[in-house]
Design a protein around this ligand. Structure first.
Ligand code: AMP
Ligand code: ZN
Length: 470
């Protein structure tokens, strides 16, 4: 099986060859933990979960390491902590906010059927690695100290000869354009307007750590250096896949790449850079001011996580996705049908067609088409039913039994199965005594609650009535 992945840096779909097939390494930028994650944040979680599952299938479960960080130093976290816990020292308040938000994030993404990454490092636990990287960069002339800040110089990077990539290559921009386009009100301590912060002094009361490079006042890291440090600590100087949403390409990933390549004097940080497209809601950019901002938590109150998961995977990960109620309703219907057909079939291997479709740059639309094909074959073939169920489980579906799935819907609708069964028995009795008025009345009573009856015959030719929710 050949795996091909689209690489943002070279802008082409390339054969994926891991640096070490016994240790395939992937880093994905995780959440900044200050509030409930929104459904856009769920997209990289689901997309890279599918890739993680595929890599585990191809290279073996114990040969894939997936690192997704937690950003727990950020102004938004500080603001939230000061607002929610005004009586507490800021550092304690920050810990409360980050721990609570991280717990919520885990509950939400567990609800989406995402496997936990191998490691979920927190930025605040990697300050020592950040300091080491910063000192390497200063020592080799790619960064400098100015007014208690440490700044990285993209111009120094592009002036260096040798293996280093060009700053701007990932985002496909030239440094000259960036210089020309930069804002005029540049901080006075910057030598060039494209220089970015590796370390800065903390304001009084803010979280702070001893600074690198002989700076006397305590400070805190810039955002980009956090990921370079955590990736280095857990995956090494070079690794296979670096992922995140498309909004991270510039400046975040461009800067991570610059820092890591310059610190280690190497041509690449990751072999493959992958970015998911943006999610919008009902045709509009999601934003609090437009009132269409929706959290994973809110959606999970109304829909099973697997419906959200399927709805996300219907669109190829690099395309923009329009999140709509109509799409969710269709996804729910599809899953009702898949649960009914797969009906707890014992399973072993997912279908080759599924693995093949995913191996073509995670072609999930093709994968779902293949699932529909398997579903048709499964209706009349017991072995195919097993393959169908295994394929669904491989993709993170069928996390519950068919009875639980159906029961959940009944619960949500307030329909009690025992009550339905009781009325079906009463209706059968009425039909035996030819009281069709009563049997019709019972059918109507159930229909009013959304219960649809289907009359048929069992294997011995005896009449049976089954039911489902409309
Ligand atoms: P943040 O917490 O904003 O840094 O985002 C966490 C992850 O979610 C990053 O990989 C972002 O690129 C991604 N992300 C944020 N908003 C969206 C969106 N609307 N659609 C898709 N991905 C998003
Ligand atoms: Zn990052």
């Amino acid at each position: 099986m050949q795996l091909r992945l689209y690489d943002t840096l070279t802008r082409e779909k390339r054969l994926f060859v891991p640096l070490d097939p016994s240790n395939v390494r992937m880093y994905v930028c995780g959440p900044t933990v200050y509030d409930f994650a929104h459904i856009g944040n769920a997209r990289p979680v689901i997309v890279f979960d599918v890739l993680f599952r595929l890599l585990r299938h191809v290279y073996g479960e114990s040969h894939v390491k997936y690192v997704r960080n937690v950003t727990d130093v950020d102004d938004k976290i500080n603001d939230r902590a000061a607002r929610d816990y005004p009586g507490l020292p800021l550092n304690e308040a920050i810990r409360k906010v980050t721990e609570q938000t991280e717990r919520q994030f885990h509950e939400d993404v567990d609800g989406l059927g995402a496997l936990r990454p191998t490691v979920e490092p927190r930025a605040t636990e990697h300050i020592a690695e950040m300091r080491t990287l910063i000192e390497k960069l200063v020592a080799s002339g790619f960064a400098y100290v100015a007014e208690d800040h440490v700044l990285f110089s993209p111009q120094a990077m592009n002036a260096a000869n040798g293996v280093l990539p060009r700053y701007g290559a990932l985002a496909n921009r030239s440094l000259d354009e960036m210089i020309a386009g930069a804002r005029v009100d540049v901080a006075p301590y910057k030598r060039d307007n494209t220089d970015f912060v590796l370390w800065k002094p903390s304001k009084p009361g803010e979280p702070s750590w001893p600074s690198p490079s002989g700076i006397a006042v305590p400070g805190r890291p810039g955002w980009h250096i956090e990921c370079s440090a955590m990736a280095w600590k857990h995956l090494g100087e070079q690794f296979d896949i670096h992922g995140g949403g498309i909004d991270l390409v510039f400046p975040h990933h461009e800067n991570e790449l610059a820092q890591s390549c310059c610190a280690f004097h190497e041509a690449r940080m990751a072999t493959t850079w992958m970015h998911n497209g943006f999610l919008q809601v009902e045709g509009e950019k999601m934003s609090k001011s437009l009132g269409n901002f929706v959290t994973i938590r809110e959606l999970l109150a109304d829909w099973p996580g697997e419906v959200l998961r399927l709805n996300m995977l219907k669109t190829h990960y690099r395309s923009p996705i329009d999140w709509t109620l109509k799409g969710l309703e269709e996804s729910a219907k599809t899953l009702d049908d898949w649960y009914a057909v797969a009906a707890d079939a014992a399973s072993d291997q997912p279908a080759e067609t599924i693995v093949e479709a995913l191996s073509d740059d995670l072609n999930t639309a093709q994968t779902i088409a293949a699932l529909h094909g398997l579903r048709s074959a499964a209706v009349s073939n017991e072995q195919m039913r097993g393959t169908f169920a295994a394929s669904l489980r491989f993709l993170g579906f069928l996390g519950q039994s068919a009875a639980e799935w159906k029961g959940r819907k009944q619960q949500a609708s307030g329909v009690d199965a025992a009550w339905v069964e009781g009325l079906i028995a009463a209706r059968a009795a009425a039909r035996v005594r030819k009281d069709f008025k009563e049997s019709d009345r019972i059918r109507d009573e159930l229909a009013a609650k959304g219960v649809v009856l289907k009359d048929g015959k069992d294997a011995d030719g005896k009449p049976v009535t089954t039911w489902e929710l409309a």
